[in-house]
Design a protein around this ligand. Structure first.
Ligand SMILES: [Zn+2]
Length: 348
């Protein structure tokens, strides 16, 4: 164990920048990474404000943060694709490579997956971490650390777009213009959608999404999404609907949005079980897909960012120094409607 300074969630509502013991031995197949930038995720904030997410309860002090980029500082035995000095970003979830889910290629749903900043696993808001090289991805020179730290949430969008099986020219609808909804919309456009309607009731969020070509913002305070989709598609319906709001309200009319034979991709999670209109799905033979994090998306996400087809930089709302991490979290708790992603920079 090595004593290192980290942002520690002591318990619900209590954050501290302090020294903590973390394992930093770089074993075979592992790399050491000097962390540069970490994004603040809704889940980090939720552990801070609520002390738990579903079955995951903060019962001991835990380092927060899982959206990170940095520089390789050490390379363990057997690692050949990375070297000291490489700029990288990391997948925060490590499955059991021999599990049945992993062998099926669905390592994200391996019940044994260990994920940064999900109790009891420590996150990465600290100077140095050790991680499996196989879940560590090199960033091209022209992709910044800030963009590298955006790959994690963008990978969720990539997973959603992949599950949708988009065809070129598709029309999509995204319900919810939060950070994930916006990432999903960008991945859907990159995946071939001609246009993506994004619906929300917060105008500042819609304004940010609407900066991107191909996104059609709809404020559900003054417009009805079902009518807007019908108008846009001449009554046929959307090819793909991405539910990213997590709102039970969304499920009341969601079956009216897709075209016959269309698809619903569920990304947002309602806190309580919701009623689903199965008959409405049946008469259109809808396909309903679910998304849990991502698998095999990091290299593709990095390639899209590097190509210039996806620009995530406008989604970075504010950057705080590591010493101001608690301030960064309190800003995230405010949930300003024009904040998309807040990041913390460990050093210059
Ligand atoms: Zn996240």
């Amino acid at each position: 164990m090595t004593k290192v300074r980290a942002l520690v969630l002591e318990r619900q509502h209590e954050l501290a920048l302090r020294d903590i013991d973390l394992p930093l031995d770089v074993g075979p197949g592992m790399v050491g990474i000097a962390i540069h930038t970490v994004g603040v995720c809704g889940s980090d904030v939720h552990y801070y404000t609520h002390g738990k997410i579903g079955p995951f309860v903060v019962e001991a002090p835990m380092v927060l943060g899982h959206e990170a980029a940095g520089t390789i500082s050490a390379v363990g035995a057997g690692v050949t694709h990375l070297k000291v000095g490489d700029r990288v970003c990391m997948e925060p979830g490590i499955p059991d490579a021999n599990s049945r889910a992993s062998r099926l290629g669905m390592y994200n749903v391996d019940p044994a997956v260990s994920f940064w900043a999900t109790p009891p696993v420590h996150g990465v808001l600290t100077a140095e971490v050790v991680h499996p090289a196989n879940y560590t991805f090199k960033l091209p020179d022209h992709v910044s650390f800030a963009e590298g730290a955006m790959v994690e949430p963008f990978a969720v969008g990539m997973q959603a777009a992949s599950k949708a099986r988009i065809a070129p020219g598709d029309t999509a609808v995204v319900l919810g213009a939060g950070p994930i909804g916006t990432m999903v919309a960008l991945a859907a456009l990159a995946g071939g959608c001609a246009r993506v309607m994004v619906a929300d009731l917060a105008q500042p969020k819609l304004d940010i999404a609407a900066q991107y070509q191909g996104i059609i913002p709809v404020n559900i305070r003054d417009k009805n999404v079902v009518e807007e989709v019908a108008r846009l598609t001449e009554g046929w319906g959307a090819d793909v609907v991405f539910e990213c709001s997590g709102s039970p309200q969304a499920w009341k009319t969601i079956m009216e949005l897709p075209r016959p034979g269309g698809t619903i991709v569920v990304v947002g999670l309602p806190v309580e079980p919701v009623a689903v209109d199965i008959a409405g799905a049946s008469i259109k033979e809808l396909r309903i897909e679910n998304v849990f994090r991502y698998a095999h998306q990091y290299d593709r996400a990095i390639a899209l960012i590097a190509s210039g087809k996806v620009d995530l930089k406008p989604l970075i709302s504010a950057t705080f120094a590591f010493e101001d991490s608690v301030k960064a979290f309190d800003r995230a708790v405010e949930a300003r409607p024009d904040d998309v992603k807040i990041q913390i920079r460990m050093h210059e």
